[in-house]
Write a protein that binds this ligand. Sequence first.
Ligand code: C5P
Length: 406
Amino acid sequence: MKEKKILCIVTGGIAAYKAAFLVRLLKQRGALVRVVMSKAATEFVTPLTFEVLSGNPVSWDLFAPRDEPGVEHVELATWAERIIVAPATADFISKSAHGAADDLASTVIAAARCPVYLAPAMNAGMWENPAVKRNVALLEGDGRRFVEPGSGELACGKTGPGRMAEPEEIVGALERSFAPGNLDGVRVLVTAGRTEEDIDLVRYISNRSSGRMGFAIARAAREMGASVSLVYGPVDVPVPEVDSAKSVRTSAEMKRAVTMAFPRCNLLIMAAAVADFMPAGKNPGKMKRGVKGIELELRPTPDILASVSGKKKKDQIVVGFALEEKGGEEKAREKIRKKGCDYMVLNVISETTGFVATTNRVTLFKGNRKVLETGLVSKVEAASMILDKISSDTRLKRKPKRVVRE
Ligand code: C5P
């Protein structure tokens, strides 16, 4: 972090006191730190605390008279290499998700061009409020990154999710962002979302995959310099900006799209939750409701991962995902062998991991070896950690850089 320019935005929650520790840690690691506070944050901790800890003047007023000429919010936004909002209140998350700019803190975010990190802190009820969830998804869609809050005792006396991540964890996320693995010139193919397998004209079998993990991988790969192709089934979240994106619905459509795109990719990451079973025979019309129940015969879908792994060239890397209940490590190892892929990402089904959740806890296997354990982190962080590991661990084939001769 030496000489890295970090702008800390402190907004008005009780966790503002933890931001003091954050500033201190950043300074200890050699970062240059400036602090902006919201008006409400100054009710919790005085600007003087942050002035002393950061060694720089602290601003909170958009219209305060200044000694130097220039526009302060633009100057701060341009100066920063990373912005961290800690704590990020529900109100601040809502404002920045909608591009509001009515005080110095929100105006700096609106003007920011560098990566912006947010460490939310709020009561569990607020963190689980659908409006807050929507705003978090909007910001993630815009490429903002979240350092997920933990679960535990909250200042309101209740226990639950919403506690701001510890300062050490926030510093870790910022540090990783300065030393990301490099995917320059690598062609990455990512699958995401779920598939739908038709029972009749209007009904289908599917699962609850949201598409969050696959989209986080696609976004992180692009930020690391890869050219990214996405094949995605039905999802619940906005599709990220990538180099090419193909929407499919059934496992058969996904197989066709992946098989077509696979020969051109250097790294395939199959994060999609492809249905394992499909109805044996499709009923051409809409089945009528009868008095008796019906029996549905299911047969396995074609295993796309196994099929492409069987065709992969020496310089292609294939990564699968395994969603398991407890004790899935052996199953993950077995799947690598059975499917013939290089890596397997194991995630476990729970309220905070696996499907639907915005967080995950993954273990990465290479052959028989466990090469990474992320702990409970946001899916965005998990994606970066997985790609970092694969890019540093493997010799990925890359498109050679064009040499420009004068
Ligand atoms: O066997 P299981 O469904 O647990 O394997 C999960 C992995 O296999 C995922 O990477 C998923 O994308 C892939 N898969 C596939 N084709 C299927 C089922 C799963 O490629 N029919």
